[in-house]
Unconditional design. Structure first.
Ligand code: FES
Ligand code: FES
Length: 175
């Protein structure tokens, strides 16, 4: 039995340790924001944060998460609340600036890729709170293991949303 930490909660996993995290999260733990796109680390739909670093959960064995913290979209609000030292009452009504921006900008089209895009945006903004358009394009396109793909072509909207999230973060959260 493997124990992993998902969005701040310790979870027992009975799947074999080599099972991809995507299947563990979706099929065993009911955490269904990471999506199955290609299954080969080529699209980014399945991305999660592992100790703050974007990884492709479709090719990451569950055992690789031992001793680390998994964050998915379901945990973004709590992640932000913890970073900003919000009270439990404030945290309960707070979204992460990336979530606020994605809603405000109405970024998703079909939506399948967007969980992974928001995870990548969170990773980027935690290391570079004020990225330029070129830096956003570079992060989403050139960082390993592959470009983040959107079959609906929402790339411009994603850049706008990342810029807006950056503005919100600089203000300390939602307007
Ligand atoms: S489903 Fe994992 S990268 Fe495409
Ligand atoms: S919004 Fe449809 S694949 Fe990106």
């Amino acid at each position: 039995m493997l124990t992993i930490s998902v969005n701040g909660q310790k979870r027992q996993v009975s799947s074999p340790e080599g099972t991809p995290l995507l299947y563990v999260l979706r099929n065993e733990l009911g955490v269904d924001s990471p999506q199955f796109g290609c299954g080969m680390a080529q699209c980014g739909a399945c991305s999660i944060l592992l100790d703050g670093k974007e990884v492709r959960s479709c090719i990451t064995p569950a055992m690789m998460a031992a001793g680390k913290e998994i964050t998915t979209i379901e945990g973004l609000s709590a992640r932000w609340a913890q970073q900003k030292h919000l009270s439990p009452a404030q945290a309960a009504k707070t979204l992460h600036p990336v979530q606020e921006a994605w809603i405000e900008q109405q970024t998703p089209l079909c939506g399948i890729c967007q969980s992974g895009m928001m995870i990548k945006a969170t990773e980027l903004l935690e290391s570079n709170p004020n990225p330029s358009v070129e830096q956003i394009k570079d992060a989403f396109t050139n960082s390993a293991p592959s470009p983040r793909l959107c079959r609906c072509g929402s790339y411009i909207a994603i850049i706008d949303a990342v810029r807006f999230a950056s503005t919100l973060m600089a203000k300390g959260g939602a307007q």
